[in-house]
Design a protein around this ligand. Structure first.
Ligand code: CP
Ligand code: NVA
Length: 309
């Protein structure tokens, strides 16, 4: 069966653990090599990844491109606007056609169902590079970063502060699959999608939503936030005002467990969801987190193509 990576639950806990292990091993094996050098085993030599971008990207675009290069493969980048997708060619037909040319497809789009439809009609693996509902590749990198910075993932306590968005959903899903605790601090009206919370609770998690930011971070080992206005959302003063009490400040970090790790998927809006003193401070792991997109995605690609697990 073709392996798709649309949500973390598609892979499941065992495969995620295997991917995180492989990512650590490959990262360590490269040491200080030039970034364009191919891994010694060149496991994806001869393979091509097509990347469809219907939204902006810096990290996802460059890290997937470099991931394929390091694995010995190559990429084709397609912008929604300059392809027939932009003129309304059905995603089902695009899936069938691309499957005849390339070995895997990554898509960044607004509609989650579009990514699911691409996977349904493609005969090659499809990877979700962010939809309005989830961002599983980012959370693979986040988990890798927590393992590196805190020496463990299982049993860690994560606090999400801010908007209940695609990142929140993937973190909730990850926690319930991998055994870490997720508490969400967000203002009323901006809760995450209940479907992700219900699914997590059905796996035995207890996802708590709290309205008090300091209570949300109490005992947290990891404090994570994201932009208050995601791509495709209108700038709204009312939303920014509602979010302000959930800004990650030094006082918020002081209320978390001592030495808690700060994460942010980036791009950040300094002075909105996080202040400079935190994002640039000693507890911030954001640059490792950004680098880990590359290492985690190499493992995702290898899993999708049947070379892990
Ligand atoms: N974090 C993340 O997905 O960044 P980009 O939007 O730059 O890809
Ligand atoms: N929630 C953000 C994540 C960006 C990587 C967005 O969807 O714009």
């Amino acid at each position: 069966m073709t392996r798709h990576f649309i949500d973390l639950a598609d892979a499941g806990a065992e495969a995620i653990a295997a991917m995180l292990g492989d990512a650590q091993a490959r990262k360590a094996a490269r040491g200080g090599w030039p970034k364009g050098r191919v891994d010694a085993d060149a496991p994806l030599a001869g393979h091509v990844l097509a990347m469809i971008f219907e939204k902006n990207s810096t990290r996802t675009r460059v890290s997937f491109d470099m991931a394929m290069r390091q694995l010995g493969g190559t990429t084709i980048v397609m912008d929604g606007g300059s392809t027939q997708l932009g003129r309304g060619e059905p995603i089902e037909d695009t899936a069938r056609v691309l499957s005849r040319y390339v070995d895997a497809i990554m898509i960044r789009t607004d509609d989650h169902e579009k990514a699911r439809a691409l996977a349904e009609y493609a005969t090659v693996p499809v990877i979700n590079g962010l939809t309005d509902q989830s961002h599983p590749c980012q959370v693979m990198a986040d988990m890798l970063t927590v393992i590196e910075h805190r020496a463990k993932l299982v049993g860690t306590r994560w606090a999400w502060l801010g908007d209940g968005n695609n990142m929140t959903h993937s973190i909730i899903e990850a926690g319930s699959l991998m055994g870490f605790d997720v508490r969400v601090g967000c203002p009323a009206g901006y809760d995450p999608d209940m479907r992700y919370i219900d699914a997590a609770n059905a796996r035995g998690a207890t996802v708590e939503i709290v309205r008090d930011p300091l209570r949300a971070v109490t005992n947290a080992d990891v404090v994570v936030t994201d932009t208050w206005i995601s791509m495709g959302q209108a700038h709204a003063e009312e939303k920014l005002a509602a979010m302000m009490p959930f800004q990650v400040t030094e006082a918020v970090m002081a209320a978390a467990a001592p030495g808690a790790t700060f994460l942010h998927c980036l791009p950040a809006h300094r002075g909105e969801e996080v202040v400079d003193a935190v994002i640039d401070g000693p507890q911030s792991a954001i640059w490792d987190e950004a680098e880990n997109r590359l290492h985690a995605q190499k493992a995702v690609l290898l899993w999708c193509l049947g070379l892990i697990g």
